[in-house]
Design a protein around this ligand. Structure first.
Ligand SMILES: [Fe+2]
Length: 383
């Protein structure tokens, strides 16, 4: 166990089917009178925004729905200008990771001014920001409760992923399973595997602690139990609800632990090729578990238990292998690709992928140190 633990109980979490249509009282409790809403075209086209706006009873002063698939500096600047012009005093984000990260960036600039790059780093932001309420429409990123803002700097061709502060954590996470009901099976699967990778990476992180452990293990259990149903029966609100809660719990867990080699590889590959973050994590997860397990075998045994593995008559090594295999099978059952070659990564890109992954910040909390050669062997296995 860590000698020093800091665990932030940041966001207030509200869960209820249909609550997205009745946000007025919650906005009032947050002290907001001039609400600015951030979403993307996918949210609008899925008909998810209209009922949210209808429930806000006239306190909405503006809507910014031009958020690109990967939140960008440009979108944050545009959204901030519109919110400032409208005199907004509270932001509501409705969407997956991109609108949520955009709204996080906007609340930073609305409150503090300047450029987002001014706030890169750990706890550079040390004061309260414009209040933010988040309604996730996917069950995966956990961004509704995390202190991270990930924004793409298009001009520099990189992601600003280093903005970390407890003041970035949204004030309220509103989990409404009706908002994830229309999410297509492939996105349900990919985002669900992202949540699973957050829970597993949090549990084995070198920053693990008893608070994050409890959230991570139960999130793994919930995902192993409910992801297949959420993928196959999209309108099963019970499965959808459990996935939203699992994703939120995994987000809480990884807020104090950071990530590991799975995210190092998926951040890097996602920067090199336009591949969905969750799909990449799903591909990287099983072999990364096998790679890391010698460093913390007892933790991988507990992960296997949370995944539902029956240990009877098995050695610890066999239990771990069964856990790795259960994750690989879950991805296949959910219809996701299982190899890097299946998603357009050429074999010639693997040396660069390994070299860049080694220097991704998430490797710092991976339980097993890796050399470039070991990472190359790992990504070759994934290919
Ligand atoms: Fe992730």
């Amino acid at each position: 166990m860590q000698e020093f633990i800091e665990f932030n109980l940041g966001a207030r979490v509200i869960f209820n089917a249909g609550v997205a249509r009745e946000l007025g009282p919650l906005v009032e409790e947050c002290g907001g009178q001039r609400v600015f809403v951030v979403a993307d075209k996918g949210v609008v086209n899925a008909g998810l925004l209209a009922p949210v706006l209808a429930g806000l009873q006239g306190c909405v002063v503006g809507v910014f729905d031009a958020v690109p698939p990967n939140s960008s500096l440009n979108a944050v600047q545009q959204g901030t200008a519109a919110a400032r012009e409208a005199g907004a005093d509270l932001i509501i984000a409705v969407g997956g990771g991109s609108p949520i990260d955009t709204a996080k960036g906007m609340r930073i600039l609305l409150t503090l001014g300047g450029e987002l790059t001014d706030y890169e780093g750990y706890n550079v932001i040390n004061q309260r920001l414009t209040p933010l309420i988040v309604l996730p429409t996917t069950a995966g990123t956990g961004s509704e409760v995390t202190p991270y803002a990930v924004i793409k700097d298009e001009a520099a061709g990189r992601k600003i992923s280093g903005i970390v502060s407890r003041f970035v954590v949204p004030d309220m996470a509103v989990l409404d399973p009706e908002l994830t009901r229309s999410l297509p099976p492939t996105l349900t699967a990919a985002t669900g595997m992202d949540a699973l990778s957050h829970a597993i990476e949090a549990y084995v992180s070198t920053n693990n602690n008893p608070f994050s452990d409890s959230m991570a293990l139960y999130a793994i259990d919930l995902i192993a139990t409910h992801l297949r149903t959420a993928v196959r029966q999209g309108d099963n609100l019970e499965a959808r609800g459990h996935m939203l809660i699992a994703s939120c719990m995994a987000g809480i867990a990884c807020s104090s632990t950071l990530f590991g080699v799975v995210h190092a590889i998926s951040h890097t590959a996602g920067g090199m090729f336009p591949i969905h973050h969750g799909t990449l994590n799903s591909i990287a997860l099983p072999l990364s578990m096998a790679f890391n397990s010698p460093a913390v075998p007892e933790r991988y045994v507990r992960i296997a238990r949370a995944l539902g593995i029956n240990e009877h008559g098995l050695s610890p090594e066999e239990v771990i292998a069964a856990g790795v295999s259960a994750v690989a099978t879950l991805a296949v059952d959910c219809g996701l690709p299982t190899r890097l070659r299946d998603v357009g990564v050429p074999e010639t890109a693997l040396p660069e992928l390994a070299a860049l992954s080694l220097h991704d910040g998430t490797m710092l909390t991976n339980p097993r140190a890796a050399t470039e050669e070991e990472l190359l062997a790992l990504v070759r296995g994934m290919w």
